[in-house]
Design a protein around this ligand. Structure first.
Ligand code: ZN
Length: 216
């Protein structure tokens, strides 16, 4: 068969980015995120879409939110030009899930589940280097010297949106908007729930088995 078309779902902190990178590498497919798709199609002509600006670039440069219809068109374009993909970070709501159904047929829908308290621990424990941006975790990925970047010696800080209140807000937003997307896909033939609370290599072996079973 042709290259697999995969969707990965799960809350912030569930490990979608890490596992999408594994999938892209192992199955030779594109890792498609909304942000990357937007950057790759900045100059797409959207003048016929009855939007305020004629290209996505103008929204980005103005700091305005890119309208849903434009995001949908950009994701459609990114999926069209990919030979197999793992889509990560879209759809964010049931309306986008409906749009996606009109763009492509998915072979596998992976849903990573992780408990709320584990997500809070993962997200609030994150520390980043103030200089080079390297990422650490107070529990799972400690630097050699506490508070000091192992790459460049810079100072490790907690980003403002990783404090507990912001993290809980982000998870609430997910529960409200995106959790219904998971319900939407539960009846899909390719749907598979993955226990995302396991160590990353065990999550990965479950994912690989799920993909192999559904694409052979
Ligand atoms: Zn650094």
């Amino acid at each position: 068969m042709s290259q697999p078309r995969l969707l990965i779902l799960g809350p912030p902190g569930a490990g979608k980015g890490t596992q999408s990178a594994n999938i892209a590498d192992e199955y030779d497919v594109s890792h498609v995120t909304t942000g990357d798709a937007l950057r790759a199609n900045k100059d797409m002509d959207i003048s016929d879409m009855d939007t305020e600006y004629d290209t996505p670039r103008e929204y980005m440069e103005a700091g305005d939110l890119v309208p849903d219809a434009v995001v949908n068109a950009i994701v459609d374009e990114a999926l069209d030009s990919a030979d197999g993909f793992v889509l990560d970070g879209y759809p964010r709501n049931p309306e986008q899930a409906e749009e996606l159904a009109g763009m492509t047929d998915l072979d596998v829908v992976l849903s990573l589940s992780v408990s709320r308290e584990e997500l809070v621990d993962r997200l609030t424990g994150r520390r980043v280097c103030d200089d080079c941006g390297a990422s650490y975790h107070v529990e799972f990925n400690q630097p050699e010297t506490e508070g000091v970047c192992g790459e460049c010696g810079g100072k490790l800080i907690q980003r403002e949106d990783d404090d507990e209140e912001s993290v809980r807000n982000r998870l609430d937003v997910f529960d409200e908007n995106t959790a219904p997307v998971i319900d939407h896909y539960e009846d899909h033939d390719g749907f598979v729930a993955i226990d995302g609370e396991q160590p990353p290599d065990e999550v990965w072996s479950d994912i690989r088995r799920a993909i192999d079973e559904r694409t052979e």
